[in-house]
Design a protein around this ligand. Structure first.
Ligand code: C2E
Ligand code: CA
Ligand code: CA
Ligand code: CA
Length: 276
C-alpha cells in the first residue's frame, strides 16, 4: 500500500485504469444499463471452512452491454460511484439480492456490497428497511459489506448510518480488510459481525509468506477479541484452505468452493439437482 500522508493509505489493489474516452463511452452506456436490463447478479458461496456447509452467498454485480461486452465491476463500479449512478444501481442490487434470498433455505444469508457513496444518503437505512419489508426477508439474513474507506472521510456520518442499519437487525461485515484505512479506532465504534480478510493476504499465505501468515493470525486474534468472526476471501487451493483453517479463520469464500454463479445455479444447490 502507498502512504498518501495523513494516516491514509491507498487501496492495495489499485482501480483498473480507464482512459478519458473509454470513460465517456462507458458512462453514457452505464446510464442506460439499469433501464435496459443489462445488469444482473451472480452469487458466490461463503462456506464454513470445517464442513463446507453453505452459510450464505455474496451478491456480485455484472454488466453485459451489447457494444462493450462484459465490463469488469472493478471498472464500472468506481465509474458508477463518480457519476452518481451507484444510488439507483445499488438500490436495484439490494432489492434483487433480497428477493432472491427469500428462495433459499432460511438459514442462508445474502451479503450485499455497499459503496461509501450509498452511506452518504441520509435515507439509506430507511431504504434497507423498506426493501426488507417489501421482500419479506428477515433482517438477520441480510449482511451488508462495507470497506474501511467508509471511515476515511466524514466518518461520524457514516458511523451514524451504520448504527441505524444495525438497529434494523442486519449484519455488517468489514470487506477487504487490511487493504485500506490504517486506523483501527472505528472497530470499537461499529459492531461488525465479520471481518473479511482480503485475498491478497490469503493467496500470499499459501505460497508461504511468513508476513502474510502473521497478518492473518493477527487479524483472527483481533476479531476473536472483539467478538467478530472472520472470512478468508479468494481461497483457491487445498493448501490455502489448510493454512486458513490452521490460522483459525472460520468462514471461507473462493473458487475452491464455488465461483460466482447465476441465481438459478445458486438455487439449484439446494434443490438436489445441482448442475456442475
Ligand atoms: P469483492 O467485494 O472483494 O468481491 C470479491 C471478488 O473476488 C469478486 O470479484 C469475486 O469474483 C472475486 N473472487 C472470489 N473468489 C475468488 C478466488 O478464489 N480467486 C480470485 N482470483 N478471485 C475471486 P468481482 O465480481 O470482479 O468483484 C470485484 C469487486 O467489485 C468486488 O470485490 C466488490 O468490491 C465490487 N462489487 C461487486 N458487486 C458490487 C455491488 O453490487 N456493489 C458495489 N458497491 N460493489 C460491488
Ligand atoms: Ca465484497
Ligand atoms: Ca472483498
Ligand atoms: Ca477483495
Amino acid at each position: 500500500a502507498k502512504d498518501l500522508g495523513g494516516g491514509t493509505f491507498q487501496a492495495y489493489e489499485p482501480q483498473l485504469h480507464v482512459d478519458a474516452d473509454e470513460r465517456r463511452v462507458m458512462e453514457i452506456a452505464l446510464r442506460r444499463a439499469l433501464a435496459n436490463g443489462e445488469l444482473h447478479l451472480n452469487y458466490q458461496p461463503v462456506v464454513t471452512g470445517e464442513t463446507g456447509a453453505i452459510e450464505g452467498f455474496e451478491a456480485l454485480l455484472r454488466w453485459t452491454n451489447p457494444q462493450l461486452g462484459n465490463v469488469s465491476p472493478a471498472k464500472f463500479i468506481p465509474l458508477a460511484e463518480q457519476a452518481r449512478l451507484i444510488g439507483p444501481i445499488g438500490e436495484w442490487v439490494l432489492r434483487t439480492a433480497c428477493q432472491e434470498a427469500t428462495r433459499w433455505p432460511s438459514t442462508v444469508r445474502v451479503a450485499v456490497n455497499v459503496s461509501f457513496e450509498q452511506l452518504h444518503n441520509r435515507n439509506f437505512a430507511k431504504l434497507v428497511a423498506a426493501v426488507l419489508q417489501e421482500t419479506g426477508l428477515p433482517a438477520s439474513r441480510l449482511e451488508l459489506e462495507v470497506t474501511e474507506s467508509v471511515f476515511m472521510n466524514e466518518a461520524p456520518h457514516a458511523v451514524a448510518v451504520l448504527r441505524e442499519l444495525l438497529a434494523l437487525g442486519i449484519k455488517l461485515s468489514l470487506d477487504d480488510f487490511g487493504t485500506g484505512y490504517s486506523s483501527l479506532g472505528y472497530l470499537s465504534r461499529t459492531k461488525f459481525s465479520t471481518i473479511k480478510i482480503d485475498r491478497s493476504f490469503v493467496q500470499g499465505a499459501a505460497s508461504n509468506t511468513p508476513e502474510n501468515v502473521a497478518i492473518i493470525r493477527a487479524v483472527v486474534a483481533l476479531a476473536d477479541s472483539l467478538g467478530m468472526s472472520t472470512t478468508a476471501e479468494g481461497v483457491e487451493t487445498d493448501d490455502e484452505l489448510a493454512m486458513i483453517r490452521q490460522l483459525g479463520c472460520r468462514k471461507v469464500q473462493g473458487y475452491l468452493f464455488g465461483r460466482p454463479m447465476s441465481a438459478a445455479d445458486a438455487r439449484a444447490l439446494f434443490s438436489g439437482n445441482a448442475r456442475s
